[in-house]
Design a protein around this ligand. Structure first.
Ligand SMILES: [Zn+2]
Length: 378
C-alpha cells in the first residue's frame, strides 16, 4: 500500500464494527471527505465512515501522524544502536533532540508491535536464558535491573522487563545520608526483582506453549528471587514439577566463556554496554526517564533481533531468522512498518510491553506520570 494508492484499511474508531481489519473482506464503508494541506505531506485525503460517522485521514494511519518533518527511522535506529547520543543523532539529521526522542518513541511502539506479531508465529525450538542487566536512571542512587530473556542458540531477545531497585552494597557515610534524603522523596517498592521475574516466567510459559521444545530449559544464575518467582506461578510450578520445563542454575562466578550456559545473556550484556550510549560504563549521557530508557531499549532490541547479523558468520542472517527461518516471509507488513502505524487497539501485548508502550513506569523522584500522546493509545 503506497501513499498514492492509499485506501483506509479500517475505520479509525475503536468501537466501530469496521475497526478490526478484515483481510478477506476489505473495508468499503467510507466516503471521501475532502482534503487538507500540510507542509511535510502535501495534500492529505480525508474520509468519513458511513457506519459510525467517524472522520479520519490518510495521516491517521501514518507512522508520522502529527509529525511535522520526515526523518528516516532506519537511519535513527542504526545510529542509536551505534552508540550515538540523541543530541549527536539530532545534529547529524538537522533535528532537535526532542524530535529524535519523538521518533524513537514511535519506533519503539512499532518494534513492540512487530515483537507481538513474531511471538505468535515464531514457534521456537530452543532453550532460554534469563539474567538481569544492571544500569541506572536519573542517578546512581536509583539502580535498575532489566531482566532479559534470551534464546540459548539464537540470541533472540524474547522479553525485557524493567524494575527500579534500592541502592545497596558498599557506601560511604555521606552516600548513605544522600540515599536517605532521596528515599524520603521517592523509594522503590521492595520485592522488585521477584515481581519482574514473574513476568519473565510468564513469558517462558508462553514460549513453552507456543514453541516446539519439550522439555524446555530455563537457565539462570542462583538468584533466590528467581526460584521464588517460578514457584509463585501455579501453571509454571506444575510444569516444573512434571519436568516439562526445567530450571537450571549456573553460579554467577563461573567463567564467562562461550561454553557457559549463560553466555547468551553475558554476550548481550556486553553488546548493550558497547552499543547503547546510556549504558556505557561511566557515561555522562545516562537516562533521565525510565520510560524513555525502555523505549530506546525496545528499539535497540528490534535492531538486535531483526536487523543486525547473527553472531555466527555462517547460517541465518539475523537472530529472528535463527529462531525460525520462515517467519519473516509470513509477516505481511514487515517492509511497511516504518510507513504505517501499529494501533494499540489492535495489538495484543504482554505486561512488560504494555508498560513500555503506554509509559506506565515511574521515574524515580518524578511527581507525575509521563505524558503519552493520544494517538499512541489509538
Ligand atoms: Zn466506523
Amino acid at each position: 500500500m503506497g501513499m498514492d494508492t492509499f485506501s483506509p484499511p479500517f475505520c479509525a474508531r475503536a468501537s466501530c464494527i469496521h475497526h478490526q481489519p478484515n483481510h478477506s473482506l476489505p473495508y468499503h464503508a467510507y466516503v471521501p471527505w475532502g482534503f487538507y494541506h500540510t507542509k511535510a505531506f502535501g495534500k492529505v485525503p480525508r474520509y468519513r465512515c458511513t457506519t459510525c460517522g467517524k472522520t479520519f485521514s490518510r495521516q491517521t494511519f501514518s507512522l508520522d501522524y502529527y509529525a511535522k518533518h520526515i526523518h528516516s527511522y532506519q537511519n535513527i535506529i542504526q545510529r542509536l544502536a551505534s552508540c550515538e547520543s540523541l543530541s549527536a543523532i539530532g545534529r547529524a539529521l538537522d533535528a532537535s533532540t526532542d524530535t529524535i526522542a519523538n521518533r524513537i518513541s514511535r519506533a519503539s511502539r512499532q518494534s513492540l508491535a512487530l515483537h507481538a506479531t513474531l511471538s505468535e508465529c515464531l514457534h521456537p525450538d530452543e532453550d532460554v536464558v534469563a539474567d538481569g542487566f544492571e544500569s541506572f536512571c536519573r542517578s546512581q542512587y536509583f539502580p535498575n535491573n532489566i531482566t532479559l530473556l534470551v534464546g540459548a542458540n539464537s540470541q533472540y531477545v524474547y522479553a525485557a522487563d524493567h524494575v527500579t531497585l534500592r541502592r545497596k552494597g558498599r557506601m560511604t557515610e555521606v552516600q548513605k545520608k544522600t540515599r536517605a534524603k532521596l528515599e524520603a522523596r521517592w523509594k522503590p517498592e521492595p520485592g522488585g526483582v521477584e515481581r519482574s521475574f514473574s513476568r519473565i516466567a510468564h513469558e517462558t510459559l508462553r514460549i513453552y506453549a507456543e514453541g516446539r521444545r519439550s522439555p524446555l530449559t530455563l537457565w539462570t544464575d542462583e538468584h533466590k528471587a528467581y526460584t521464588r518467582a517460578l514457584a509463585g506461578s501455579p501453571h509454571l510450578a506444575l510444569l516444573l514439577q512434571h519436568g516439562f520445563i526445567r530450571h537450571s542454575v549456573v553460579s554467577s562466578r563461573a567463567a564467562r566463556t562461550t561454553r557457559n550456559p549463560l553466555f547468551p545473556v553475558n554476550y548481550l550484556d556486553r553488546e548493550l554496554r558497547k552499543d547503547l550510549h546510556e549504558h556505557v560504563r561511566e557515561t555522562v549521557c545516562f537516562g533521565r526517564n525510565v520510560n524513555r530508557q525502555m523505549e530506546r531499549l525496545s528499539v535497540y532490541l528490534f535492531w538486535h533481533n531483526s536487523m543486525k547479523r547473527h553472531r555466527a558468520r555462517e547460517g541465518p542472517s539475523c537472530n529472528v531468522d535463527y529462531v525460525n527461518n520462515d517467519v519473516k516471509r509470513g509477516i505481511r507488513d514487515l517492509r511497511s512498518m516504518w510507513e504505517w502505524r501499529s494501533w494499540r487497539t489492535l495489538t495484543e501485548l504482554s505486561d512488560w510491553m504494555i508498560e513500555t508502550w503506554e509509559r506506565l513506569r515511574i521515574t524515580p523522584l518524578s511527581k507525575k506520570p509521563d505524558y503519552l500522546p493520544g494517538y499512541a493509545l489509538m
